[in-house]
Write a protein that binds this ligand. Structure first.
Ligand code: GLN
Length: 491
């Protein structure tokens, strides 16, 4: 019998419609695979009973001919999305056993369209990190290994559980969030596709906030088409999120396979950073050649403020985080550590509840927002942000349809290998991705090749605001040329 978990989402959808198998069969196959893959630590909570109930409900509807866009498709949900009655922790001890009374808009749209929830996926604590090592539930393991080695590698972060689960066939697709690269970087590290939509495309309502002006939800899947299918269900205007934009949601899937002939693709010279590895250079050139062969025109462009993006991000993001995380005080949610006075209780709760990286961000954030330093840091970073945005606007005004860059400066690294002595070493992972969040643009990561040790590498395409469709069309060209990337199963 064929392994149902290895199908693409699009093929699973076809099979369900053709009654080749049921949603319950798909769901059971995934639940069994999840049980065998616990060593990956991708799921922090498995919800088999809920999954079976949703699958049975989907099967009943399908039998009546009522087939929604995601009817019966099992998915995983990053633990940053509030799920009604189901423990939601942002992988922080401070949320304890918090069970929301409400469902995030994005996940409710997935269930509306018939999808099945398999469980909640691991992530860096409050989505702060690039390796999933800051999670209160421990590191996630990347299903990929270096050739000839059994060293455990990180899946990237912060949506590391989502990426690892999708790459290891523990769900057909998963939700992620991306504040500075948390969808695109883990997608690149695990050989799958991930898209961060335009800011405002998906509702942030019911998603644990990290940096509200940068956070955006998006899907992970194993193919560009599958990602486009999920994106359609996740996107849309939501009056409950004032930053969500009221624009019709296109049929993203229709963009997959569309010709890219005549499109102008920008190659930004500032992304050719010092010390860039020959492998990444080669991958980037290869990607450009593939797009050229498909009829696109490559144009060298300049985004002069790129080098300020990372330092500005690491001012803006912690500033917003320090404000967003003020609500975790031991009164409203989850864990509480008592004290003699109320302020002592706050202090005890926050000291015990937050991990070291989150505490570092809160301290940086409150510092850059404090009276004497606001102008020097926060205000300045906001001005830099405007300049970064303008760089992109000027390039797009010149007729560039999309921009091609590497997704990450390297392939996945080992657990414990980076950032313990100097956090900046970890922050440098986001060098190619943060600019996109600072400018509010859409960005997709597509697997494009392997490094010398056999690990997947990804390319990033950056688009005009609300033009995710172009990214799907171009992403598909890369996917067709590069093929699919499947880790050898060892778990
Ligand atoms: N790695 C970045 C950070 O730690 C981005 C994280 C994210 O996008 N959530 O802030």
């Amino acid at each position: 019998m064929t392994d149902l978990t290895a199908l693409t989402l699009a093929d699973a959808r076809k099979g369900i419609a053709a009654k080749s198998f049921t949603s319950l069969e798909l769901t059971e196959a995934h639940l069994a695979a999840m049980e065998k893959a616990r060593v990956l630590n991708a799921y922090v909570l498995e919800t088999p009973e809920q999954a079976r109930a949703q699958a049975r409900a989907a099967d009943t509807k399908i039998a009546k001919g009522d087939v929604g866009p995601l009817a019966g498709i099992p998915l995983g949900v990053k633990d940053l999305f509030a799920t009604q009655g189901v423990r939601t922790t942002a992988c922080s001890k401070i949320l304890g056993d918090f069970k929301p009374q409400y469902e995030s808009t994005v996940t409710s749209q997935l269930w509306r369209d018939g999808a099945v929830m398999l469980g909640k996926l691991n992530n860096d604590e409050f989505a702060m990190g690039s390796s999933n090592e800051t999670s209160a539930f421990g590191s996630v393991v990347n299903p990929w290994r270096r050739e000839g080695s059994d060293a455990k590698l990180v899946p990237g972060g912060s949506s590391g559980g989502s990426a690892s689960a999708v790459a290891a066939n523990l769900c057909f697709g998963a939700t992620g969030t991306d504040t500075g690269g948390s969808i695109r970087q883990p997608a690149a590290f695990t050989g799958i596709v991930g898209i961060k939509p335009t800011y405002g495309r998906c509702s942030r309502w019911g998603i644990v906030a990290f940096a509200s002006s940068l956070d955006q939800a998006g899907p992970f899947a194993r193919t560009v088409r599958d990602t486009s299918i999920l994106m359609r269900s996740m996107a849309g205007h939501d009056p409950k999120d004032t930053t969500s934009v009221d624009q019709p949601v296109p049929d993203y899937e229709a963009a997959v396979g569309k010709s890219v002939k005549g499109m102008k693709i920008g190659i930004p010279k500032e992304y050719r950073i010092d010390g860039m590895s020959a492998e990444i250079e080669k991958l980037w050139t290869q990607g450009a050649d593939w797009l050229k062969a498909a009829g696109a025109e490559l144009v060298e462009i300049s985004l002069p403020h790129t080098k300020y993006a990372l330092p500005a991000y690491y001012v803006v993001a912690p500033a917003e985080a320090s404000s967003n995380l003020a609500r975790y005080d031991g009164v409203r949610y989850g864990a509480r550590v008592n004290g003699k006075t109320i302020s002592e209780m706050y202090e005890n709760t926050r000291a015990a509840g937050f991990g070291p990286e989150v505490r570092r961000r809160i301290m940086i954030g409150t510092y850059v927002l404090s009276a004497g330093y606001y102008d020097a840091y926060y205000l300045r970073a906001q001005k830099v942000r405007t300049l970064i945005k303008k760089d992109f606007e000027e390039v797009f005004a010149k007729g560039i349809n999309a921009i091609l860059t590497p997704a990450t400066p390297s392939a996945a690294f080992g657990i414990g290998e980076k950032g313990s002595a100097d956090p900046i070493e970890m922050y440098l992972n986001d060098i190619f991705t943060v600019t996109v969040n600072m400018a509010g643009l859409p960005g997709i990561a597509v697997p494009a090749g392997k490094d010398a040790q056999g690990l997947p590498l990804g390319l990033q395409l950056i688009g005009r605001p609300f033009d995710e469709e172009t990214l799907f069309s171009l992403g598909e060209v890369i996917e067709q040329a590069a093929g699919h990337f499947t880790p050898a199963k060892w778990w």
